[in-house]
Design a protein around this ligand. Sequence first.
Ligand code: CUA
Length: 333
Amino acid sequence: MSTPWPLVRVVAVAVAMSGAASCSGIQSALDPASPDAREIAALWWVMFGASMVIFALVLALLAYAIVGTPGFGGRMAGNHFIVIGGVVFPVVVLSLMVPFNTTVSSGASAAREPDTLTIHVRGRMWWWDVRYDDGTPGGGFRTANEIRLPVGEPVELLLTSRDVIHSLWIPRLAGKMDLIPGQTNRLMIEADEPGRFRGQCAEFCGASHAKMALYAVALPRERFDAWYRRQRDTAAAPVSDAGRRGAGLFAASGCGVCHTVRGHGADGRGGPDLTHVGSRLTLGAGLLPADRAHFSRWLAHNQTLKPENRMPEFTELSPEARNAIGAYLEELE
Ligand code: CUA
């Protein structure tokens, strides 16, 4: 009869490896950067610790049944042991865990100050339509696939969806919250250090669900204000020859039917607002860098890069024409 020690060794190695691999990084719930995320991480560690103690207890009983006193295994099969180990013990342990669970803040009920920044986030297949609301009719601006916020200030996110149910999860800043058509869910988030925090759609929403990411970017107040003022402005005129040619091709190709470029006569609402797309971190909701070469690639190959997205592939454009549109978009800072 073999001893259980090889199994114990495998478990120990697996625990050590998973610990080393996942406790830090731009999308780890175990590397919290906000008060709510710290509470969630603490809850995770409590539950992990409790599970490990119970797991060790079960393994010890198993080992004793195999190599310990003869007959112990048979006594464990009795009704007494099953009632205590299978009913009483789980009820007691789970009841003790309930208070930990219910006291962790979900971020949904936090208070809102009168001057709190409100950001509307609407899920789309498969990107994030983000609108900053300055409280005035027609004020504010739209962006996509990133949320910028001032460090150390609670920010209110109002979440809804245009099509199917999505879920916003920025693990280092907050727990998950669904985006549901016809309903607005509220989530308060706060970052206590500057940085980029990756988020991901956490509810299966179709073919490109896994390619629906975003970044939350926390900036010191004065840098946030500068970014905000710039985003509110209309688009800059293209400066390079390629950029000017690209602006003409963008209009002639009908891009403005789906995309807005404020100040350049494009006001479509089907796709992301591109007024300042050149200043964004990514193209395609976290998929590619937002630069000329990748804009050009996206124009011709977006269905391969992001299957079933709503944008057609502009394969009829020459590589030179696509490069010119890429230059135009890159200059939309
Ligand atoms: Cu959106 Cu999954």
